[in-house]
Design a protein around this ligand. Sequence first.
Ligand SMILES: [Zn+2]
Length: 85
Amino acid sequence: MATKRCDVCGDDVRIGGGIADLWNFEFSSTQGMTLELTDDTEHFLCFDCMERLPGDREPTEADIDALRRDPDAFRDGDDGEDDDL
Ligand SMILES: [Zn+2]
């Protein structure tokens, strides 16, 4: 089993390794994937961070950057106020 570092949170992420996994791909053993962005950059993201990307448009490197600085940058239903805490 190989690991790869998430470009956003920096966590080591488990990915499927070996040629067998190419033909028998199981998301249960893989916790991230490489995204090819519309600006021709590639970033490896864990699924957690992928879920945090904006869902209504193609993410760009600027979005990856924004997530690095603030993991909740694109979170829905939260305007950044902490009145629930
Ligand atoms: Zn991540």
